[in-house]
Design a protein around this ligand. Structure first.
Ligand SMILES: C[S@@+](CC[C@H](N)C(=O)[O-])C[C@H]1O[C@@H](n2cnc3c(N)ncnc32)[C@H](O)[C@@H]1O
Length: 472
């Protein structure tokens, strides 16, 4: 496959040349295009429409399958060819869905049929077509977009992802799944750039951007400050999503007595008082949902309290957290470590802006670094620095965790991995299991993976999980 040109993957292509298709009119003869459409009669029209307009383009590939989170077969219900579509709204033939009621809810007069179609996954498509870059991934699958995108391993990160959110949580319903997918994309380094009634678009934050912009500062003369600020640009989408952290709650840690701080039952209650991340996820138990705010900690108190007890027994004078998000875990960990040790360096790292910056500005020996942990700059930084405790909670893909571990494994003593049992982070789960199997001689391993019954009853999935590897 030719990789120098733009590559677009579209899932749920329908027939291509309709008024609401975002792809057909941006294709040219150099675009590499993968078009996926499961319904045979639409698939034939799709091929004809593209061949008619882009007959010279040898890089358009058609896949007559449905995309899902497994390879096999699935039943779909679709508006039959027997309908007189000329007398129906333009979208009437666009309602093929895995949900058997989807088409009929839109229009009960439609004639519908059922068909068993073969399924594939985005991972499989990327492998099969040897894709090394994706400029745009577009999904429009009448309610199946969440399943498709959550299954993708993001080893190749599309520069833009546009998906239909309209039926993500049931017919015309946007809810927890939408929030979960959005948070996954944010955690992978995307920002939301658009949302209309049907579709949401996320864009990958350009990792070169920061270095490039720092150059402007170096080259600027301070009198031109106003011009400089404009050139640097403001990241409004992300800043506006940043919640406020209430640092006054740190007093609950400082006021605790030393013996209590070694007791996990006490710590569990303390963490609840400190307050949690308010981004609502399916993984949150009631105790977390009811205590949003404060330090905005993204942890399960029943896991993190026991993890802190383990830390209280170690000698730790430096700490780095890769992927600090709002910084709740960073502030709690740093304040906790300070009770037991003389901490001389704590660094919070994230690819996005974070309210933890306020804490770092107010506290000596702490620093917030806005940087991509996959960058050469960060690799150099880790080569030249050493931390007793390294907490890895950034890019949760297999390659992301592997990168963060590989660049820091010679620069630390205690390595902590977040999400080691999280069913929505299979990359971390696999990496942790491999490390445990392959590095038995190097580390002692500890796991804090207790779950909450209410979450289990609602989802039948496991979440979070803290894995600690301490050098022998
Ligand atoms: C799950 S959140 C971290 C939560 C935080 N540790 C806590 O406990 O509150 C993951 C964070 O990793 C950041 N991230 C993702 N990829 C990254 C990368 N390559 N470099 C740095 N940060 C990254 C995301 O921006 C996101 O804020």
């Amino acid at each position: 496959m030719n990789n120098n040109n733009k590559t677009i993957i579209q899932i749920g292509s329908h027939v291509g040349n309709t008024i609401n298709d975002p792809i057909f009119n941006i294709v040219d003869d150099n675009t590499t295009l993968i078009l996926v459409e499961p319904i045979p009669f639409l698939f034939e029209q799709l091929k004809n429409n593209y061949k008619e307009k882009f007959g010279n383009n040898q890089n358009i590939f058609f896949i007559n399958k449905a995309v899902s989170n497994f390879i096999g077969e699935i039943e779909m219900t679709f508006p039959s060819e027997k309908n007189d579509f000329s007398k129906l709204p333009f979208w009437a033939s666009q309602l093929a869905s895995i949900d058997p009621y989807h088409a009929l809810i839109h229009n009960e007069t439609l004639i519908v049929e059922k068909i068993n179609v073969k399924t594939t996954t985005i991972n499989e498509i990327v492998k099969e077509y040897s894709i090394t870059q994706i400029d745009l991934l577009h999904t429009d699958t009448e309610g199946h977009d969440f399943t498709i995108l959550m299954n993708y391993n993001f080893e190749i990160k599309p520069k833009k992802i546009m998906f239909e959110h309209r039926h993500m949580d049931g017919f015309c319903n946007v809810g927890e799944k939408y929030i979960e997918l959005s948070n996954r994309l944010l955690s992978l380094g995307y920002k939301k750039i658009d949302q209309d009634i049907e579709n949401t678009t996320f864009q990958l934050i350009d990792k070169m951007d920061l270095t490039h912009r720092i150059k402007f500062i170096k080259e600027s003369n301070l009198e031109d400050l106003e011009k400089l600020i404009k050139k640097l640009g403001s990241n409004t989408e992300i800043s506006s999503e940043q919640p406020k952290m209430d640092l006054t709650r740190i007093k609950f840690i400082k006021e605790s007595n030393l013996e209590d701080l070694k007791n996990h039952t006490y710590l569990e209650k303390l963490i609840i008082k400190l307050g949690f991340n308010t981004e609502i996820l399916r993984e949150q138990p009631k105790i977390v949902k009811d205590n949003g705010g404060g330090l905005l900690i993204w942890q399960y108190p029943n896991q993190f309290s026991k993890y802190l007890c383990l830390l209280s027994e170690q000698k730790i004078s430096s700490y780095i957290e890769i992927g600090c998000r709002w910084g709740g875990t960073f502030v709690l960990t740093n304040e906790y470590l300070k009770i037991f040790n003389n901490v001389n360096k704590s660094v919070a790292v994230d690819i996005i802006d974070s309210p933890v910056l306020n804490y770092c500005t107010l506290n000596n020996k702490t620093q917030f670094m806005k940087i991509n942990s996959r960058s050469q700059e960060f690799k150099n930084y880790m080569n030249n620095n050493y931390f007793d405790l390294i907490f890895i909670d950034g890019d949760h893909s297999y390659n992301g965790v592997k990168n963060d571990y590989e660049i820091s494994k010679n620069s630390g003593k205690i390595f902590v991995f977040h999400d080691i049992v999280n069913s929505v982070c299979p990359g971390v789960v696999n990496f942790w299991n491999e490390l445990k199997n392959n590095e038995k001689d190097t580390y002692n391993f500890f796991e804090f993976i207790e779950q909450y019954e209410d979450v289990w009853n609602n989802t039948h999935q496991k979440f979070l999980g803290i894995g600690v590897a301490i050098k022998k």
